[in-house]
Design a protein around this ligand. Structure first.
Ligand SMILES: NC(=O)c1ccc[n+]([C@@H]2O[C@H](COP(=O)([O-])OP(=O)(O)OC[C@H]3O[C@@H](n4cnc5c(N)ncnc54)[C@H](O)[C@@H]3O)[C@@H](O)[C@H]2O)c1
Length: 353
């Protein structure tokens, strides 16, 4: 991984120069190219041999139509098995492009240039690629790790606040998993808006290094990697519920994960014991960063149903990775529905709902 500020126009050509690939294809997310016109005017100059195109990004791009578009483009432009596909955009574009690359001629190499905080610390690491299908998120996908990732902090400059704070939810999740100094650091930082580039770089580097180590130990999600799912069983249910019901407000992914972490940590504490101080610190962070997500006990049955649908569950049981304390994660089987409801109550009571 290469990380820095305003490094793309310099690092990408030198990275590609050092390789013996035949051709280079670059897909730039349209929104990003519009927000960084100088950088993208420079790319054809520094990479005259590359074939460059833009593509609309965001979740709506993870479709079979966009996939077909990329396959057609690669084929018509003469991409071969020894070509490289460079993807510059948010997590959705990386997921789509990564899947297109993993299937084109049975797999060509990719270089990721993530442009959102979430895609820097999460989507660009671990090799998962996917598109959404039949209304199910990430239903079709593959494992196809990027050969290289270039993280240019400068992209964060144009990221909307909501997207920045959503990505920060994953930084908080990684700090919880790392525990120790990493956790104390996010507590000390509180609201990350206004962090200096060097501070962002350090935070992002640590987050990526942590996820990389977990993924290397368990590339196909057979065991250890499941710890990366903390907060996600409840978080996904909240996120899906807000989305399906055009709820009182949308709930960005990373924010849903933090709310999920609060609820899951409360349930863990009630079932197997846990660190109250961690929950208190997490609540303080969440209050600083996010506005309340209002729901009532009438919403509980549907939230429970969505939790049961989670693809990580074995038949009939909901098992979460519970945070006993930062750095101490244990599997917890959720057998008692009353305790899950207590967890929902806890978030509502403590978060002003
Ligand atoms: N493969 C994985 O391991 C993995 C992990 C986490 C998430 N994901 C996937 O990633 C996606 C979410 O990623 P995301 O949060 O980056 O969302 P996203 O890709 O949908 O981007 C969010 C928004 O930010 C815009 N944007 C991107 N870069 C910008 C910039 N520099 N300045 C201004 N706007 C910019 C996009 O156009 C979009 O509107 C989901 O599809 C999720 O499934 C994958």
């Amino acid at each position: 991984m290469i990380i820095g500020t305003q490094i793309l126009a310099r690092e990408l050509p030198s990275l590609l120069e050092g390789r013996t690939r035949e051709r280079v294809f670059i897909v730039v997310e349209e929104q990003v190219s519009e927000l960084h016109p100088d950088l993208f005017a420079l790319l054809p100059e520094v990479l005259p041999q590359a074939v460059i195109r833009t593509l609309q990004g965001g979740e709506a791009c993870k479709t079979t139509e966009s996939l077909g578009l990329l396959w057609t483009w690669l084929s018509e432009e003469g991409a071969t098995r020894r070509s490289t596909l460079v993807l510059i955009g948010g997590g959705a574009l990386l997921d789509l492009g990564g899947f297109a690359a993993s299937t084109y001629m049975r797999g060509i190499e990719t270089i990721y240039v993530p442009t959102t905080l979430l895609s820097m610390v999460d989507a660009s690491v671990g090799g998962k690629t996917a598109i959404d299908f039949l209304g199910v998120k990430n239903l079709i996908g593959s494992f196809h790790p990027a050969s290289e990732v270039i993280v240019d902090i400068d992209f964060l400059r144009t990221l909307p606040l909501e997207e920045l704070l959503s990505g920060y939810g994953e930084v908080i999740k990684h700090a919880t998993l790392m525990g120790g100094e990493a956790w104390r650091e996010v507590c000390r930082i509180g609201d990350p808006v206004g962090l200096m580039d060097e501070e962002w770089q350090m935070l992002i580097e640590k987050s990526i290094a942590y996820k990389t180590a977990v993924v290397e130990a368990d590339p196909k999600e057979q065991g250890l990697r499941r710890i990366l799912n903390i907060g996600h069983t409840v978080g996904h249910a909240l996120e899906a519920y807000a989305y399906q019901n055009e709820f009182r407000r949308t709930l960005p992914h990373g924010e849903a994960v933090v709310f999920g972490l609060i609820i899951e940590s409360y349930i863990t504490m009630r079932q197997i014991g846990g660190n109250k101080e961690y929950i208190r610190q997490l609540m303080t962070l969440a209050r600083d960063l996010y506005s309340p997500f209002f729901f009532t006990c009438k919403d509980y049955p549907e939230l429970l149903r969505l939790m049961r649908c989670d693809k990580k569950n074995a038949a009939g049981t909901i098992t979460i990775m519970g945070v006993v304390a930062p750095g101490d994660i244990q599997p917890v089987e959720l057998t008692d529905e009353a305790k899950i409801k207590e967890g929902f109550d806890f978030l509502r009571e403590t978060f002003g709902s």
